[in-house]
Every structure is written in C-alpha cells, then in structure tokens.
Write a protein that binds this ligand. Structure first.
Ligand code: PLP
Length: 405
C-alpha cells in the first residue's frame, strides 16, 4: 500500500507540550524508569479528588444520561452557568448563548473553525496555552503573537498587542488566570484590552478555565463583566481544574455582547455543535452541582491549603537555584521560570528538557512549546505534593549546577 500521509491542514499545527519530550518519557517509563512528571496540569494523578457532590450527582444521573442531549447541552446545566456568571457580574447572558463541550478544548477548536477564513489573524499571547495557536492554525487562520511582559508580572504588553492589529485581525485571546505564567490580570489591564477590542471591532476570546484558582487574595475578574453590549466576548471555562475532573471532559462557552452582529458566526458554531451531536452527557449533569455547591477548591488555595503550599515551595526553591529566576504565580497551576541562557549555554530548550529528563528523570515542558520566542524558560506544574516538588527541585538544582549545552 502507498504511504498514508497526514493532511496539509496539519502543516502548521504544533502541540509540543505533548511532543517529543513526552514520547521520550514514555519510552523511559516503558523500560522501567520512574519519571517525576511535572508537565501536565491534570490534578487527579496527583491525588486531587473531585468534590463528593459532583461524583454523586453524576452517578445518580447516569440512568438519565443515556441518550444524546440538545447539542448545546442540557438546559439545567446551561442555566446554572448563566446564574453563576450573574454572581460574577456578567448580566447579559442568556441560556441559549451557553454551549457545553467536551472540555474547553473542544469549544476552542469549534469556535475557531466556525470563524476563520484563510489568512484571518487571531492575536494569541506569547507565551500561550498552545492549543490556541494550534487551533487557529488548524482553522486556516494565522496566529499572531502579542507579548506578555515578565518584568511587569507577565501582564500583556498592550502597546505590543495593539501594534499587531491589522485589517485581517478578527479577535484577541486572553488567558486569565494564565497558563503558563500564573498571571492574574488587573481590572485596569482588562479594561484596556476591552477598549482596544472596541476600537478595532474585535472579538474577545476569554479562556478563564483557572478562574477559581487564585492565591493570596488575587482578584479574578471575568472579562465579559467589562465588555457590556459593545464587544462580542466568548468566555470559556469548565470543570477540569477547579473541580479536578479533567477526565470527564466538561466545559462551557458563554457568548455575550452584540450577538445580533454575529448571527452568521453563531449559526456556524451551532452547526459544528450539531455535527458532534452533544458533549458527554453524564459530565454535563455535574455542572449544576459543581457551580452551586460548596466550593472545595477554596480549601486548597487558601493559606494552609495544598495548592498554595506547593506553589509557595516551588517558587522559593526555583529562585534559590543559581541561574534561575521566577515570577510568583497569582493563579492557576504553573510557574514559568527563566533560565540564564548565557550561564548554561542554552540554545535549544527542548534539548534542555530532554537532557534533564534523561539525567534526572524529571519531565518539564520547555518554554518554546508555549510559543515563547526564546529558549530561556520552562513550565513547572505545581500539582505534585510538596515532598515530590522538593525532591524534583533539588534534582533540578543539582542538574543545573553542572549543565552547559
Ligand atoms: N485552556 C487552558 C488555559 C488550559 O490550561 C487547558 C488545559 O490545561 C484548557 C484550556 C483545556 O481544558 P479542558 O480540560 O477543559 O479541555
């Protein structure tokens, strides 16, 4: 048989956080090595459990969840999303404008597929959660990166952002709290982004999957609470992180703002929602309970909580390593430290990650996998227990003390 090739559509689609470094780690595990995995923001393997109420609700509803649902999702869950957002200052959302998906991931790809023509530009942060860049490329659009400024707490550099807008620009992606930097954007920054979107008539894509994971009292403001009727805003969130059920694949999309100006686009989103029938129905049933009940994530992020303790330890230990500096994360599950590339002679950060993996059996994600332009960062997941983080960061320090590329 002739060689079967992947489609040309995938030519510019990169998703390196699950790329060659992970392949190597899996090979090493298959041959009996124990790898410390600090690479993927998946709470369950690190001993985080879903709230009991979420599990009970899903189990009780299994008999009622055998058929396809409405392609947008079950009404009770979509209404729960509306009511939840009302408590967060998003007042102009209708149940019909909420779509449930198999995680935020599916909704990101669907909404970009429905929007982009060849050459349409979408502004994506650098560094980013790389699904955004990959999904824009897959949709035929062109991802254009705007810089986030490490020296300014990883806030978006708004001058840089505005300078990237052209007549082909259709929208701006805002990830808040941010993966991979952990930044939580201020009201002032978000208001300026809304002003830019309004001035240039752009759509805002607000990826807020970490909205409930903030530390030290950092205030997380939903972008759609600032956009009103002026700016079309697509807000994405779900159960994977704050409710620790990434495997259930349960997320939502809320469309607010001047929907009348986007009838055709919204029809396109509905078409794609219909084509995949519906999101996983048992997991849809968990949404109402999750949003309405006791928010156990607070026990993990407040002082004394496990997530906060892990973040604090990782931040301190990273900054103690000679040649590593790291901004504190105000939210999410990651730190994005900087390496002194001159000291370590690093020209290829994927090689750095591979070298670390082979020598110390620690799996990290290299910074360029997040569409960061220089080989001088990596991302660490702060989900492992303090003992594991402690060991891993001791080993990282030991590795770097003798490392030169
Ligand atoms: N958006 C961001 C910023 C993420 O970090 C992730 C997962 O890590 C996702 C979206 C995807 O989440 P889901 O599990 O809902 O598909």
């Amino acid at each position: 048989m002739a060689m079967v090739k992947q489609s040309d559509k995938l030519k510019n689609v990169l998703y390196d956080i699950r790329g060659p470094v992970l392949d190597q780690a899996e090979k090493m595990e298959a041959s009996g090595h124990r790898i410390l995995r600090l690479n993927i923001g998946n709470p369950a393997p690190f001993g985080f459990e879903a709230p009991d109420a979420v599990l009970v609700d899903m189990i009780k509803n299994l008999p009622n969840a055998q058929g396809y649902s409405d392609s947008r999702g079950i009404y009770s869950a979509r209404t729960a999303v509306v009511q939840y957002y009302q408590t967060r200052g998003i007042m102009n959302l209708d149940t019909d404008d909420v779509y449930l998906g198999n995680g935020v991931s599916e909704l990101i790809t669907m909404t970009l597929q429905a929007l982009c023509n060849t050459g349409d530009e979408i502004l994506v942060p650098s560094p980013d959660y790389p699904l955004w860049t990959a999904s824009v490329a897959l949709s035929g659009g062109t991802p254009v990166h705007y810089l986030c400024d490490e020296e300014n707490g990883w806030n978006p550099d708004l001058e840089n952002l505005e300078s990237k807008i052209t007549s082909r620009t259709k929208g701006i992606v805002v990830i808040n709290p941010n993966n991979p930097t952990g930044a939580v954007y201020s009201r002032e920054t978000l208001t300026k982004i809304v002003e830019i979107a309004k001035k240039h008539e752009l759509i805002l894509f607000a990826d807020e999957i970490y909205e409930k994971i903030t530390y030290d009292g950092a205030e997380m403001i939903n972008l759609a609470s600032l956009t009103g009727e002026d700016v079309l805003c697509l807000t994405y969130s779900g159960l994977s992180k704050a409710y620790r059920v990434a495997g259930y694949r349960s997320g939502w999309l809320a469309i607010t703002g001047p929907n009348w100006s986007a009838e055709s686009y919204i029809e396109g989103i509905k078409l794609l929602a219909n084509m995949r029938m519906c999101a996983n129905v048992p997991a849809q049933h968990a949404i109402q309970t999750a949003l309405g009940g006791y928010q156990s994530i607070n026990d993990l992020i407040l002082p004394g909580g496990r997530l906060k303790a892990q973040r604090d330890l990782a931040y301190r230990k990273l900054n103690d390593i000679d040649g590593v500096t790291c901004q504190q994360a105000d939210g999410a599950l990651y730190l994005f430290p900087k390496l002194d590339v001159e000291k370590f002679g690093i020209v290829d950060d994927e090689r750095f990650a591979l070298d670390l993996l082979k020598e110390q059996k620690i799996l990290l994600s290299h910074g360029t996998a997040f569409n960061w332009g220089e080989p001088d960062h990596f991302r660490l997941v702060t989900l492992p227990a303090v003992e594991m983080l402690d060991t891993a960061l001791d080993r990282l320090g030991e590795f770097l003390s003798g490392y030169h590329q």
